[in-house]
Write a protein that binds this ligand. Structure first.
Ligand code: 13P
Length: 253
């Protein structure tokens, strides 16, 4: 199957030039497994993308945190996928729950964004996940299936898609999903892909977990059969991100 472990760092709307230079220096000095074992992608705010790309070690890559849903033009404040491609930004995070909740991005809108970004040659980290209320009412799988369906209906080639399962109740709360909870959803997502896309896509698409991942819980989470890596928020701005990248070794052992 060969799903390479993937560790993304989502810096969200955080950082100053000085703060980010400091964390980049730490990351650049970090002793981590090779690119054969783990793919590492850091996602700074737009204004710092160029600086981070220039300063970051060559084996780590960068991602934007969002892009416009179609070709650029009269869309004040937006950045288009073709602009990201033009300045050699290889990845983009789309459909993060903060954007779905606060900016009211619908499943269909996120699906359209994923398809357009892929059409422009970008690789996409597509985020899905349920709220606490949805989990407690037993609709987790229904919610993440609907989010995934909106992507699947618009995408034909999944080679450049990483699916990030980020339960909303675990994001920034310190309340991490248990390894069993993460594995259960990841496994069901893979089954969903098998039933609704095809078995090859189900076997090869990386499904990563996000939500309060830290150095202390990453080993156990990463050891789960269907957990192919992480999308890390808060801890990706700290030296412990190096330890989280090293958790990739649980899969190569
Ligand atoms: O939203 C996240 C990554 O995209 C997760 O954030 P935290 O790791 O801070 O919970």
């Amino acid at each position: 199957m060969g799903r390479k472990f993937f560790v993304g760092g989502n810096w969200k709307c955080n950082g100053t030039t000085d703060q980010l230079k400091k964390i980049i220096t730490t990351l650049n000095e970090g002793d981590v497994p090779s690119q054969d074992i783990v793919e590492v992608v850091l996602s700074p705010p737009y204004v710092f993308l160029g600086m981070v790309k220039d300063l970051l070690r060559p084996d780590f890559h960068v991602a934007a945190q969002n892009c416009w849903v179609k070709k650029g033009g009269a869309f004040t404040g937006e950045i288009s996928a073709e602009m990201l491609a033009n300045v050699d930004i290889p990845w983009v995070i789309l459909g993060h729950s903060e954007r779905r909740a606060i900016l009211k991005e619908s499943n269909e809108f996120v699906g359209d964004k994923v398809a357009y970004a892929l059409s422009q040659g970008l690789k996409v980290i597509a985020c899905i996940g349920e709220t606490l209320e949805q989990r407690e009412s037993g609709t987790t799988m229904e919610v993440v299936a609907a989010q995934t369906k909106a992507i699947a209906e618009r995408v034909t080639n999944w080679d450049n898609v990483v699916l990030a399962y980020e339960p909303v109740w675990a994001i920034g709360t310190g309340k991490v999903a248990t390894p069993a909870q993460a594995q259960e959803v990841h496994c069901e997502l893979r089954e969903w892909l098998e039933a609704n896309v095809n078995s090859e896509v189900a076997a090869s698409t990386r499904i990563i977990y996000g939500g309060s991942v830290t150095a202390s819980n990453c080993q156990e989470l990463g050891g789960q059969k269907d957990v192919d890596g992480f999308l890390v928020g808060g801890a990706s701005l700290k030296p412990e991100f190096i330890d989280i990248i090293k958790a990739s070794l649980v899969k190569s052992a």
